[in-house]
Design a protein around this ligand. Sequence first.
Ligand SMILES: [Fe+2]
Length: 251
Amino acid sequence: MSAVTSSRLHAAEPYLIQQDWAAYTAEQHALWAELVTRRLPQLQQHACAEYLQGFDLIGLQADRLPDLTAVSARLQPRTGWQSTPVSGFLPADAFFEMLAARMFPTTTWIRGRESMEYTPEPDIFHDVFGHVPMHAHPVFADFLEHYGKVCASLTDPLALERMGRLFWFTVEFGVIREKGAIKVYGSGLISSHGECTHVVEHGEGLEIRDFDIERVLEEPVDTGNMQKVLYAIESFDQIYEAAREAESRLG
Ligand SMILES: [Fe+2]
């Protein structure tokens, strides 16, 4: 981490680490390869075009774990975003500070073979495969920075809870209508075969509503089960506008 980069951060500073790429074992690279090759066929059919373009743009390889410096080198000239290694789950103020600085807090550990489908804490597969390709899209990139800035300025816990719902129903579990078909862009859907199948096969009890910021801010988040309600956008401009709308309502 260069002095220039880290001097922009305060709350997040203690959580910044270096990724020791050379220390990954052959077994860990193989695990990444398995996770990626298991997800790609479904995503080629059901992920939004912006995700798939981002995947190529940031240079992800199916057969080896990503080197975050190389990912950032491809991403930064495009949208100003970096994929910045952190030690683990961040407190809210540190997380928002990093988003506002266009630095995505990225974990460097990879799950074990016993948790191929799900890990309670994000790992490099969830963070890089699930999140980072979308950061190559200019409007999504602007949205996420603005989201971080708005949250960093809020102190009311209820307002922050509402902003958490906006994050959940977009960044984590967002879907978009593309030529009439539902496509996924949220990292929780991109990185989980079970959650994604539930959506693309329109699983029992799932309702996909038109995105409506008023409803999203009031929609409780269910972290422990398959999603029952998702909000479909028509374009990424809609979530950028939603962050502005939320700012004027909650700020
Ligand atoms: Fe996530």
